[in-house]
Design a protein around this ligand. Structure first.
Ligand code: AR6
Length: 178
């Protein structure tokens, strides 16, 4: 399948999506928070937090760029992949590398679990302050590079929330060559 046909850009609430996994833009504690993290825990119910607590009991905290998986609790999505994007400090603290890792490690976990569809929010572009245009370029590059060399996940959805991100991702999708 063509790369372009494996990527979808949409605008809306990621907690409504019936996919194999949605990705959470979490923080290292995995104990919930605001933004999309708060929305996922609210909609998914206590089961997700219980699983996060068990993971944290084992690993201490989730380092920036890493990813772990829980069930989807009451969500329509079967699983939640929790990752931590970088806080924006101006660009000189490996933010681009860490943001790319958050996407790539989430995709690798999806592949490992045999998941066919995954939806990403625009990681780090809310509370963590990553400039939206730069973040979209990093996210798109990480995902397209990964898909070129891996059959799974078959389908990746960029679930944008705000108008600006939606516009940026639509432009990036239109510019895919093959
Ligand atoms: N569906 C899809 N996207 C959403 C939703 C939603 N329901 N709600 C917000 N967004 P943020 P970060 C978008 O702040 O910048 C939390 O407190 C939002 O418009 O959720 O990675 C965590 O616990 C933005 O484009 O995550 C961390 O402490 C994007 O999701 C911290 O925020 C990411 O914004 C992580 O900050």
């Amino acid at each position: 399948m063509k790369l372009k046909d494996r990527i979808e850009v949409m605008q809306g609430d990621i907690t409504r999506l019936k996919v194999d996994a949605i990705v959470n833009a979490a923080n290292p504690s995995l104990m919930g928070g605001g933004g999309v993290d708060g929305a996922i825990h609210r909609a998914g119910g206590p089961q997700i937090l219980e699983e996060c607590k068990a993971i944290i009991a084992k690993i201490g905290q989730l380092d920036t760029g890493k990813a772990v998986i829980t069930s989807g609790g009451n969500l329509p999505a079967a699983h939640v992949i929790h990752t931590v994007g970088p806080v924006w400090h101006g660009g000189g603290q490996q933010e681009a590398k860490l943001l790319a890792e958050a996407y790539t490690n989430s995709l690798a976990l999806a592949s490992e679990k045999g998941l066919r569809s995954i939806a990403f929010p625009n990681i780090s572009t809310g509370v963590y302050g990553y400039p939206k245009r730069e973040a979209a370029q990093v996210a798109f590059r990480a995902v397209t590079d990964y898909l070129k060399t891996h059959p799974l996940p078959e389908r990746v959805i960029f679930c944008c929330f705000d108008d600006k991100n939606y516009q940026l991702y639509q432009e990036l999708l239109q510019n895919i060559k093959d």
